[in-house]
Structures are given as structure tokens and as C-alpha cells.
Design a protein around this ligand. Structure first.
Ligand code: ZN
Length: 258
């Protein structure tokens, strides 16, 4: 056992650390959420990380996207991020993917990963990824941030799916969210919404913590629960939701799975 993991081994045990080293995690987004998520998973010893982002580093990213530095402006985020992660932990494999995720390429780009992490900034791509995860029976870890608040949830193959919580027609959403939280956390389009870097750090760390717990089989996951954090009041809320028989993706009330 290499010394870098000695402080977490009492928590995870040898089997947990082995599971981390054998895990392959696909992270969609190397930005505000992707920075803390990928950093903590790399530090924990996740054996293989596939880091996807089609965007290039912009100066306006630097208040929160700490995988990228001043010198990286103009470079591909997936490449810049992968370099930092490999430098941080040379014992793991990090693969950059500089492509835009679509329903046509999602299966190929996720590259056989066993865990799907949503560190995205837009609803459209999030739905593509969530649907792929459901159809592939892969665990889907969701996080979203906006302004001073953010949310985290986990969607397991046999639990309620992403679309049970966030149906396309949000008037049917089983989650009653506070007004200050976007229904799926972020706007439909990845416009320049306001965001504090610290919020990305908190929410991304919570998401990474769920991934680590899943891999090492520790604790209780946020399956069927949406955790919402308001950074202005320091309040954590958990909204519970169940599998929706009329869910457009996993529901069976119409006698069909779309
Ligand atoms: Zn569903």
C-alpha cells in the first residue's frame, strides 16, 4: 500500500482501496464541478478517470475551475484538467475526451466506465447522459450549481431515475424545489449564469463523496433524495422522491418504456 492512501485506508479498508483502484469513472464536465469532483476522485485513487469537456479554457472560468490556470487559457479543458490530475496522482490513468456529448456518441465516449458523473452546466446534455446511464444500468451521480446554491443526487439502476425527479415537463416534477433552485439545477442553456467558486467546491465535494461511498460501499447514498444546499443561509435540505410509474423513461403506466 502506498503511503498516499494511508490516511483513508482505516476508513475504506484494503478492499475499498482496491475497489477504488479498479474503478473507472466517467466525468462529464471539466469545469466548476468537474474540478473538485475529478480532483478528489484522483486523489482517492480511482484507477481510471475519463474526463470529458469539449470547451476551451476562458479567463471567466478561473474564479472556480481550479484544474485550469492562467497559462491554460485557450487550451482544451479536458487536456488541461487531465494533465493536472495525472500530475497530482501519477498512479492512476486519466483519459481526456474533447468532444461534445450527444445521444449518438455517448456510448462510445463513456468508454465502458462503470460510474457516470454529471458535472455539467446544462440541462440538455445532462438528460442525454442520464438517459444513457439508465439504459445501461449504470449509477448516475448528479450535481448542479447556480449562484450561491447547489444540489446533489444519486440515481441507481433499480431506484428512481433522473427523469422521475426531473421529467421534461417540469410541472409534473415529483420534487418541490425552493424557488431559488433551478428545477434541474441549471438553466436549459449553458449561458453565463452567476456562480460563486466556493459553491462549486462544496457541491462538487459532496458529489465526489457520494462516488467514493458508492465504490467503497460505505454509508447511505442520496438515492431517492435530492440534497439542496443554500450557501447564503447554510441550510441543507433533503427532498425525497420515489420511482414514478408515469416517468417518461422508467415508468410503466402506459405499458411501455420510451
Ligand atoms: Zn424514472
Amino acid at each position: 500500500m502506498i503511503p498516499r492512501y494511508s490516511r483513508q485506508m482505516p476508513l475504506f479498508g484494503e478492499s475499498g482501496q482496491k475497489a477504488l483502484s479498479e474503478a473507472c469513472v466517467f466525468i462529464a464536465g471539466a469545469g466548476g464541478l468537474g474540478s473538485p469532483v475529478a480532483t478528489y476522485l484522483a486523489a482517492a485513487g480511482v484507477g481510471k478517470i475519463i474526463l470529458l469537456d469539449f470547451d476551451a479554457v476562458d479567463e471567466t472560468n478561473l474564479n472556480r475551475q481550479f484544474l485550469h490556470h492562467e497559462k491554460d487559457i485557450g487550451r482544451q479543458k479536458a487536456v488541461s484538467g487531465s494533465e493536472k490530475l495525472s500530475s497530482q496522482n501519477p498512479h492512476i490513468t486519466v483519459l481526456p475526451v474533447c468532444e461534445k456529448l450527444t445521444d449518438k456518441n455517448v456510448s462510445e465516449l463513456t468508454g465502458g466506465a462503470g460510474i457516470i458523473v454529471d458535472a455539467l452546466d446544462n440541462d440538455e446534455t445532462r438528460r442525454v447522459l442520464a438517459k444513457f446511464a439508465f439504459n445501461s444500468r449504470l449509477p448516475y451521480f448528479h450535481a448542479a450549481v447556480y449562484g450561491f446554491s447547489g444540489q446533489v443526487s444519486v440515481f441507481l439502476p433499480d431506484g428512481p431515475c433522473f427523469f422521475c425527479a426531473f421529467p421534461a415537463d417540469e410541472s409534473n416534477s415529483s420534487c418541490e424545489l425552493p424557488e431559488n433552485v433551478g428545477k434541474t439545477g441549471t438553466p436549459a442553456k449553458p449561458e453565463k449564469f452567476p456562480i460563486s467558486g466556493t459553491v462549486c467546491g462544496v457541491i462538487g465535494s459532496l458529489e465526489a463523496n457520494e462516488v467514493v461511498k458508492y465504490i467503497t460501499k460505505k454509508g447511505e447514498l442520496l438515492s431517492g433524495k435530492l440534497l439542496i444546499w443554500d450557501g447564503l443561509t447554510n441550510s441543507f435540505d433533503q427532498i425525497e422522491f420515489e420511482k414514478d410509474d408515469c416517468c417518461p423513461v422508467c415508468g410503466k403506466c402506459n405499458g411501455e418504456n420510451k
